[in-house]
Write a protein that binds this ligand. Sequence first.
Ligand code: AMP
Ligand code: GLY
Length: 421
Amino acid sequence: MKVLVVGGGGREHALCVGISKSPLCQKLYCAPGNAGIAAVATCLPIGAEDIPALVAAAQEQAIDFVVIGPDKTIALGLADRLAEAGIPCFGPSQAAGRIESSKSFMKDVCTKAGVPTARYQRFTDASAAHAYVKAEGAPIVIKADGLAAGKGVTVARTIPEALAAIDDALVERIFGESGASLVIEEFMEGEEVSFFVLCDRQGAKFFASAQDHKAAYDGDKGPNTGGMGAYSPAPVIDKEMEERVMREIIQPTLAELQKRGCPFTGVLYAGLMMTKTGPKIVEFNARFGDPETQVMLPRLKSDLLALLYACSKDMLDGVELEWHDSAAVTVVLATRGYPGAYGKGSIIRGVEAADTVPDAFVYHAGTARNSAGDLTANGGRVLCVTAPAPTLSLAKKRAYEAVDHIDWPEGFCRRDIGGRL
Ligand code: AMP
Ligand code: GLY
């Protein structure tokens, strides 16, 4: 099979490494890819949001199967355009992808399906939103309705903070149209877990669990990021909890989407809050997580490509999911300044040395090569240093051993990933 992976981050590097190991994969392309992905795939210089160019490339290269990484690509409807062109793809339609791209759609589906989630109301008018917040009190959560690159959520500890977040979105329009409508919801307390499920039009299978660390600095301090590290599996998801989440959250959500004429296919990523009264949904994503993918895929024993392809062909029922009896930890190395402004082009050394730590592997996120061939930083999150091991604590030790081989003064990482273990 000729396969095209869309995206260019650590998640897509992990997907490309997994797919390249499959005997079903004859040729692997990635658009746009990165310096690490270039070692396992032919990178095409096409942005992950350039839908017409992606479809044209898939046709020109006679691609048999496309795997979509990023949320934006799903929201822009690549799966629909590929379906029109007769090219199978892993990833939901634009309509099913609203479970991630529209918070109000997601909340509406959860309400209809009876899925436990935070109480909420939707607002487009700032004074009505102010009145609601004053009546409800703090803490309270303010969310831009549309995609806002992970920045559209404010967990407001005080009323003035909540009022400011409302004004930023509805009056100042700092998120543009994505924030022209807000969802304001109840604050939920508990441990957060990422729960991944493979889906085809007929059914679903639990894939794996992980936990990520979203704050920029040690001790969960500092601004929210896309994720500074992760580990898998999540100790709170035992077999009983897995079955409960499938029954109470996943199955009713998928049935409701089916009923609305937009069956979900691909991977459904449930962001859960493990509250005192049970698991509740914080958000749904319509794709794999980043950096969660980097800690789940090294644990997978089954053929990744066969699994993803089965989802697109409604053949998931017939495939077995097998896992190594292991855990994994990934530590993200980011450019100093991230998630704020940061420079590009600084030289990174020591990646080969890090790879020599037993089983450790460095996934590339925002990397490139300069004209001299040096590896350089080309984004905020730059490397994901990953180690699988028989236990989570050993995986953590190995991951940091590998991190310590990397020589990159312009970068930083958290030293407490897996600290909750
Ligand atoms: P989201 O983009 O919806 O994942 O939200 C980003 C982060 O905000 C989540 O990972 C949670 O840590 C936090 N968050 C979102 N909604 C809630 C809520 N209702 N209660 C508590 N924390 C929340
Ligand atoms: N790790 C968070 C995300 O992928 O959205």
